[in-house]
Design a protein around this ligand. Structure first.
Ligand code: SAH
Length: 346
């Protein structure tokens, strides 16, 4: 067995030198890394894949992240927001398709106040009582996170995007801060949410040093979920001339994280499936154990355009469901019929 892979596995840790080395691995070494990560994932979850139905509730955003297609300053972005009724319907359809988790994600849209979100979360929980609700609505006050948790939201996804101060400044306008982002994540965890952080692999100006900082931050936060997808260029952003990240580096990073965090919930993202038609399968075979099919109404999908060429734009939820289940089956895995909470034995 490759010595570096063995070390990461045994120590559940990685040195800066080792991190540099894994990104320069030969194809053969990479296969060893993926295979070990896959083994660790199977050891934690069996061959179960957890599905999270994604409902993209709004493309309005008051923020201006330089990489994101729905940033405030993108005058070409078409804006929409889903009504309470439609959000609840998406979840009911999801439940009928066998999903046990719904992720409500959106730009930072001030329409979705605490009152509105409490009502939406409460309604989903009433209509689908055996399902988990995950929120991914960006930065809010500790008070707000607390209210939504009390309204019975279970989980929260907030990618930290980068744990390197200088890198953070290069990706975001001056009024946003890494300090606040991290504080939000610690607040979420303290309140009791199953909490997810994460980064884009290959974002502009990212270095191995940045990723090393990310891993140290994650070791401190101890998240329940880690969202990793490749950065993909969007043509109407200030980063339009930067290259997208690579499938290879994303897979390497997924594997490394699987070795360091054997029990963490790790999605093979839509962004990975966008860069490579087999990207999500490759992600699972590199240690991921979650997929997030899109449950948004087909009519709005194109408008939730974080990056160019996003996949699954035309398919109804039911079609996405069949397609993904087949993909999972073809690589020898199965869909778990449960919420898939962190730490629950499969
Ligand atoms: N407003 C919410 C949701 C943001 S969208 C929040 O702030 O958390 C969810 C994730 O999509 C972001 O955290 C970011 O990591 C990712 N994303 C945004 N633009 C992207 C791009 N161009 N390529 C790949 N991923 C992107």
């Amino acid at each position: 067995m490759n010595e570096i892979v063995e070390n990461i596995y045994k120590n559940r840790n990685i040195s800066f030198e080792e991190l540099k080395a894994v990104f320069d691995f030969s194809e053969e070494e990479r296969e060893e890394l993926f295979s070990k990560a896959r083994q660790v994932s199977i050891n934690s979850f069996g061959k179960n894949i957890y599905l999270r139905g994604l409902v993209e509730i709004s493309s309005f955003c008051k923020n201006d992240c330089f990489y994101c297609g729905i940033r405030k300053s993108n005058g070409r972005a078409e804006r929409y927001r889903l009504s309470e009724e439609v959000i609840s319907e998406c979840c009911r359809i999801g439940r009928s398709l066998g999903f046990y988790t719904f992720v409500l994600q959106g730009g930072e849209d001030e329409y979705f106040t605490d009152e509105v979100m409490e009502r939406i979360v409460g309604r989903i929980k009433r209509e689908c009582p055996d399902c988990a609700v995950t929120l991914s609505l960006g930065e809010r006050s500790a008070e707000s996170y607390k209210r939504l948790f009390e309204a019975s939201a279970d989980r929260y996804l907030l990618r930290h995007e980068t744990a390197d101060e200088n890198h953070y400044k290069k990706l975001h306008p001056g009024y946003m801060s890494l300090k606040n982002r991290k504080e939000c994540l610690y607040n979420l965890k303290n309140i009791g949410y199953q909490t997810g952080c994460g980064i884009m692999a290959g974002s502009p100006f990212q270095t191995v040093e940045c990723i090393y900082e990310d891993i140290k931050f994650m070791q401190d936060l101890q998240p329940h979920m880690i969202g990793i997808g490749p950065y993909i260029t969007h043509k109407d952003t200030p980063f339009k001339d930067f290259k997208s990240g690579s499938v290879k580096d994303t897979l390497v990073l997924l594997s490394v994280l699987r070795l360091i965090f054997p029990k963490v919930l790790l999605p093979a993202t839509t962004a990975l499936g966008t860069l490579d038609p087999m990207g999500r399968e490759k992600g699972i075979l590199a240690g991921a154990n979650v997929l997030m099919p899109n449950l948004s109404p087909v009519g709005v999908r194109k408008k939730y355009s974080l990056y160019d060429n996003k996949i699954c734009m035309g398919e109804e939820a039911a079609e996405c469901n069949v397609c993904l289940r087949n993909r999972i089956k073809r690589i020898g895995y199965r869909v778990a019929n449960c919420r898939g909470d962190y730490g629950v034995k499969y």
